[in-house]
Design a protein around this ligand. Structure first.
Ligand code: ZN
Length: 442
């Protein structure tokens, strides 16, 4: 009896052995041959020859039935048989028409799913990839599950597309992101390099607990080349990356991932609100259609008709209000948290901003206002150079909160000095916090 018979997909002819041919680990070359022959026999994939780029002819497997490979141990491809049956050791260009399950599978050799198309979902739960694996330009259509999968060697997801099946309703997504997730990399382990260069996540992504053991310097650059339909997808990826970097004590990289994560989070909050506002407007246009119809059949009910229009007008205002506040909050957060110090990661920036404003911007402003004929500070002495010197001195004294009083603001200068005082103490506070965070870590 095969030890993995509980999967219920054993090869009947060899199931009396310790392991059937499908589940047997460490297959010999002969057994590997047998394995692939049996795969073709059992799953009856159509063997197609497709023309790629009008020149290259590629043979591929098209599985029309659901491919249940749970627990199978895929042997390495023995190169010398490449021309024969063993060519199928690769799933390049493979087509899975009705879902594919590679749950608990072990891939003993390197394997390629390059340009494979997975219809109706694919699961690689607990799968182990002992050698490198290539999912480049593969299309995952429907639920894709890599929960607890382990990539022990480099993994390539270059140009891979993750698409949700059917029309995913943005509104359902807003209500409950979690239950609408279709691309899952939960607790997935990437022990070696991994790249998602030019990959495209068009479905909601979950990456909790994913672990990158070797994030690499270029990974963060890579993220720029990934397409995310929802900003939340980027948040997931950056968060997993940041946590991995923190575990590995790569504080520089963790910081960069953190900035990326916070920016994506800001975008996602705005995107969410805009989707919400759009949903309300959709509701309004649907209601308008109904009201128009209603007008014909029930003209006497003018009052309720009026109420309906008033309510719709209220909804319209509400939707625009939601959208406007979303943009406003985004801009404020951008100015306060991103521009000043890149979410607390950059300590040089607040000090540069502080210096340029206190030594350059405000003194120029005081001088300019005085030259225009308004009164800003007093006394200034005579001549432009005296005015400039006094302006700089007054600006520093105001910004540092010393305020000797030897020079004091007058007229418009009072307003400018107030703004400078608030701004400079705020920037100083930010600088201290960011500086301490940077140099006084665990
Ligand atoms: Zn078996």
């Amino acid at each position: 009896m095969c030890k993995k018979s509980y999967y219920g997909n054993c090869d009947p002819e060899t199931s009396n052995n310790e392991y059937c041919i499908f589940h047997k680990p460490n297959k010999s070359e002969e057994e590997a041959k047998e394995f692939w022959r049996k795969i073709i026999k059992t799953f009856e994939p159509k063997i197609k020859t497709i023309t790629y780029n009008k020149v290259a002819k590629v043979r591929c497997l098209a599985f029309e039935k659901r491919a249940n490979f749970e627990g199978y141990v895929f042997p390495p491809v023995f190169k010398k048989y490449e021309d024969e049956w063993c060519y199928w050791g690769y799933f390049e260009y493979a087509l899975f028409m009705d879902g594919a399950s590679f749950k608990n599978c072990i891939f003993e050799g390197s394997i390629s799913f390059m340009r494979a198309v997975f219809f109706g979902g694919a699961t690689f739960r607990n799968a182990r990839f002992k050698e490198d694996v290539d999912f480049s330009e593969a299309h995952f259509i429907g639920r894709t599950d890599f929960t607890r999968a382990c990539f022990e060697a480099p993994a390539f997801f270059i140009g891979t597309k993750f698409v949700s099946f059917g029309s995913l309703n943005d509104i359902d997504l807003l209500k409950d992101y979690g239950s609408n997730v279709t691309v899952i990399f939960k607790n997935t382990e990437f022990r070696d390099r991994v790249t998602f260069h030019r990959a495209s996540f068009e479905a909601p992504l979950l990456m909790t607990g994913a672990c990158f053991h070797s994030p690499g310097e270029d990974f963060l650059e890579d993220i720029k080349a990934i397409t995310f339909k929802y900003a939340s997808n980027k948040v997931e990826l950056c968060r997993a990356l940041r946590k991995s970097c923190e575990k590995l004590h790569l504080s520089e990289e963790a910081d960069r991932a953190f900035v990326c994560e916070m920016r994506a989070l800001r975008r996602w909050r705005t995107q969410r609100k805009i989707l919400m506002a759009k949903a309300i407007r959709q509701k309004i246009s649907a209601a308008m259609m109904r009201l128009r119809y209603f007008r014909f059949i029930a003209r006497p009910l003018l009052l309720s008709l009026l109420k309906g229009y008033v309510y719709l007008a209220y909804l319209m205002v509400k939707s625009w209000f939601i959208q406007a506040t979303a943009y406003l909050v985004n801009i404020i957060e951008f100015l306060v948290a991103d521009v000043t110090c890149e979410y607390g990661v950059n300590w040089i920036r607040p000090i540069l901003i502080w210096l340029t404003t206190v030594l350059l911007f405000f003194p120029t402003l005081y001088t300019f206002v005085t030259l225009l004929g308004y009164r800003s500070i007093s006394p200034t002495g005579s001549g432009l150079s005296n005015l400039l010197q006094t302006s700089i001195y007054f600006s520093v004294v105001t910004a540092t909160g010393i305020g000797y009083g030897s020079v004091h603001p007058v007229g418009v200068g009072k307003i400018i000095a107030s703004i400078e005082a608030i701004f400079s103490t705020f920037m100083w506070g930010i600088f201290l916090v960011v500086f301490v965070r940077k140099y006084m870590r665990d």
